[in-house]
Each structure stands twice: as structure tokens, then as C-alpha cells.
Ligand binder design. Sequence first.
Ligand code: ATP
Ligand code: MG
Length: 565
Amino acid sequence: MEELKADSPKDFIRTIVAHDVETKKFDAEVRTRFPPEPNGYLHIGHAKSMCLNFGVAEEFPGGLCNLRFDDTNPTKENVEYVASIQADVQWLGFDWGSRLYYASDYFERLYDYAVFLIKQGQAYVDSLNADQIREHRGTLTEPGTPSPFRTRSIEENLDLFARMRAGEFPDGAHVLRAKIDMASPNINLRDPILYRIRRAHHHRTGDAWCMYPNYDFAHPLSDSIESITHSLCTLEFEDHRPLYDWVLNACQVERHSQQIEFARLNLTYTLMSKRKLLELVEEGHVSGWDDPRLPTLMGLRRRGYTPESIRAFCDHIGVAKRDSTTEMKLLEHFIREDLNRRAMRVMAVLRPLRLVIENYPEGQVEELMAVNNPEDPTMGKRTVPFSRVLYIEQDDFREDPPKKFFRLAPGQEVRLRYAYIIKCTQVIKDSATGEIQEVHCTYDPETRSGGPQASRKVKGTLHWVSAEHAIQAEVRLYDHLFLVPDPGNDKGGKDYRDHLNPHSMERLSQCYVEPSLGQAKADQHFQFERQGYFCADSVDSSEGRLVFNRTVALRDSWSKIEKEK
Ligand code: ATP
Ligand code: MG
């Protein structure tokens, strides 16, 4: 197993920050921000960004991380997302204290900065339409051509910009552009647009504005206003960094944050694009943003993922400068590790087969001791009722067993977990269909734990529940949402929807769980012995209806991951 990175600068970003702190580059304490755009729910990729931003801040003396809603694009944003994002950040275990900010709170100051740029001759109002601006922009190999409006006087620009704000022009009539360099090899510097007229209702500023700043203008200035020292963002902004710096220099700000880019998280068998996640939800391919098959934090939570496991995963993958894709199996490894330590072991039969113990007295019930978690003795013990008629898994019985089938078969012995050794005596079938209806066996009373033959060895141990005492439940088993590792980038040009896995959810409605699960709460985690880790579904469980989600199957994935490498 790969050495888990412990302390000491574990990535290039922390190395840079440590160096900046040492050399007192900023004359201020480390300040980072997590800047989600409220246009969707957070997913595991955002978790990586949060772990980095909040993590870096925590690790340096006096360091703090702000939560900032990057709400400059009103057409896709709304308050539903604002609320859910805050809940998700908190759930993951991060605290922004009193530092909750909105880029929209800076609209007035951003406007002033724009006016300042105009006065400096570094911004102008362009009246070309969108198509013309695109044509003038040039290509990667050809320089752009200046707009005929580039030479407008400062007075005219100030007048037009004020009238843009006042609502005198229709959408698209004018834009404000930075005056940089139409021949720059970096297209981002070819007089980028700073403001667009767009009559859209904003979830915070209402109709106060009919024009909105672009990300490339609003982001660096928001960082500066909040005294952010290190503005950590994903790799696609690398080519925007010269513009980030240009904006801060041209606006002559006091505090110039350092933008540093890192690789996004990509995970196999899923998607991280907010647009596609929205489509999956809106088109009904999943039940909602909290569908347990989605990589959203709400989905993962409902599936049974713990914040600790997600943070441990993010910590392990670290941050790098090059794009890569992480195996879903690795994420699964971290939830198994976490739940192995904390989940209560219980017995549940997912595909029940009736088992009658012929020599067990009718009406007798024994309360047998069961260990709650062998990994953690402090979790104690509980009792499980045992009686004459039980359920076992259909899979645990074979009438005609192959070699090395160490479960139940005619004439074969197995141990029932926490109970007795039984021997199969008879198979009862439906005379018409030949289907197995129940299995009969005898038990050996001496083999109960604590009894004289308690230690007698047999090859298999089965889980079970008492038919009379068990509670009926629905169990949902999940598989990957997509059939291929990279559904978003099909080499043959297929749509990601074509790769949806039709069997990503299997519903088993006739399951039986031990009575202790009658009290199961949504935030409780269980290991169903021999089956995997489960949690009660927070949405569909109710009084009298128990629904469990399988978080992950039981499997030592680690050795497999290593082997496949
Ligand atoms: P959009 O395309 O809407 O901008 P986005 O995925 O960048 O989508 P944001 O809400 O802007 O979403 O993201 C907030 C922060 O999370 C940003 O700093 C962004 O870089 C980071 N982030 C988003 N997706 C990932 C990812 N897959 N891995 C790491 N960080 C991410
Ligand atoms: Mg973004």
C-alpha cells in the first residue's frame, strides 16, 4: 500500500503558501476562499476544493477561509442553491465563521473600478454585436482586429457606461471591454468583455442592475476586496491568470492576491459537470439532486457516505498540477475504512428463504448475544431473537452444490452466526413449479456459544433472522450510474446519456432485518453482515416503512486496486 502522506507540505500549493508566509510576501495572514457559483448543488469535486481552501487556511497561523457566492450570472442562479451549498459545506465539516460573502455585494464597488479603468483609458464601451466581436477576436494563429469603437474618448465612454447602467439601452447593445492588446497571443487578453447588459432578475440585488460584470473582472476584485492572499482555482483558469493580474494592476488595488491553479477531480463512472448533473435531474434519469447514485454531496450523504470519509479521500488524493482521473474504487475504499470502524454489525436477509429447524421447540425464543462491532468493543453487545423458523439468504442454499460450496446443502452443516450448528435434512418444493419453498434442518443444542461444543468447527457461517421477529424492509442496491469509466468524453461522439446503466439501482422489497433495526435513523450506519454497509434512506423511510440504501458492498478493494495498477 502506498505510503499515506502525513504532515509536512504535502503539495505544491502548500509549498508556495509556506514560502510566501516565510518571506512575508503578503504582510497579512493566509486568507483563502471557497467561491461556488449558486447554480447547482455541490459535488465531490467541490469537496476537493473545500478541503484545499479550508485546509490550507487551517494549517497556517491565523489563516482563514471565506465562503463566497460567486453570483454574477443571475440567469442560472437561485436561492435554493445558496441554501443547499451552505448546508453541504457545513455537513462536510467546514466553518466560514462570520465570513459569508456574495460577489453581488460588491457590484457597486466593481462599478466604481470599471469607471476608474475608463478614466485611465483602460476600458471602453464597444457597440459591436456579439457576432462581430467574435469575428474581430481572431484565432489562435491570427491576431484580432481592433473594434472601430476602441478609440472612443474617455468622456464618451463614461457617458455611455453610465447610461448602460441607467437602463437606456437594450440587452446586447453595448459592452464594456478592457483595452489590453488585440494582438496578444493569449486570447483572454484581446480586450476581454468586463460588463454585459442583461435584464435579468438577481436573487439578491433584484432589478437594481441591468448589467452584470464578467467572472474575469469580478473574481480578482472580489479576492482583493476580501484580502485573499491565495486564490486557488482549477486548471482551466491558468490562461486567465494574466488577465487576473492585469485587472488587479490596472485597478491599482492595494491587495493583489496570487492565483494558483490545480487539477480538478475527475472520478470514473460518473460526471462532475454541473450542467450534465442538472440535465440528469431535470430529465428524470435520477430521482433528484440527492439521488444516491449522484456524486453530489447530498447524494453521497443519502447513500451513506460520511464527511470524514470524503475528507480522508480528498486528503489522500492531494492536489496536483496535471489533470487525471481517480478511480471510484478509491472513494469506496475510504468509506469502507471509515464504516468498518464505526458501523454497527447487524443481520439482514435480502433475498429470504424460509428455514425450519425441525427439532427446535415450537414457541421457544432465545435471546442470543451478538457483538455490535468487533473493531470497537466499546460499542458493546445486543441480543437477537432466535426461534424455530428463520430466514436465510437464497444464495446460501444449494440443492446441488458445486465443490467448495461451504454454505448450506442437503446433508451439509453450517453455523448460524451467534447461534447453533445446523444440518440440512430436507428441501420442500412447490410441486407444480419445482421452486424451492423452504429448507428443513436440525440443530445441535450443544453448539450454542458458551455450550460444550461451541468451538466445533464447520466451514461456513450464515447470517439469519427470526421469521416471527424480523422487520420487513426495502433495500436498494446501487451500481455505477454509467457503464463506462468516462461517460462525459466518449471517443465515438456518443452522448453521455447513452452510457447510463439501466441496472444502476436494484430494489429488493421483501427483505427482513433484525428487530434492532426498527429504530434505525437516517444518519446511522450499519454493516449488514456479509452484505455491505447500509444506512436508512432519509427520504423514503417513514413510520412503518423501512428503506435502506447500500452505501458500498463489503470487499477488500485495496488489494484489487493495487493489483490493477
Ligand atoms: P461552473 O462551470 O458552473 O463554473 P464549477 O464546477 O467551476 O462550475 P463553481 O461553483 O464555480 O463550479 O465551483 C466552485 C469552486 O469549486 C471553484 O473554485 C472550482 O474551481 C471548484 N471546483 C469545481 N469543480 C471541481 C472539481 N471537479 N475538482 C476540484 N475543484 C472543483
Ligand atoms: Mg466556476
